[in-house]
Design a protein. Structure first.
Length: 68
């Protein structure tokens, strides 16, 4: 609770937003960014951007993209 309070005050920036974790889980479950975007009711480019931004923020690769 303390971390949530100081994040809201702007003292500490949260590592990852809950929404971004939901996006990652959806892509991992669906094993397809386009299908995950449909499930989440967001556009595919926006979902890809959020996954990319989360990867940069965390500093590790979250997903391995492969050809069909």
């Amino acid at each position: 609770m303390f971390l949530v309070s100081i994040c809201r005050l702007g003292i500490l920036e949260p590592a990852v937003e809950l929404r971004h974790l939901r996006y990652f889980v959806a892509v991992a479950e669906m094993e397809n960014v386009s299908r995950a975007a449909l499930k989440l009711h967001v556009s595919q480019p926006a979902l890809s951007r959020q996954i990319r931004d989360s990867r940069r923020q965390i500093g590790i690769s979250l997903l391995e993209r492969t050809a069909k």
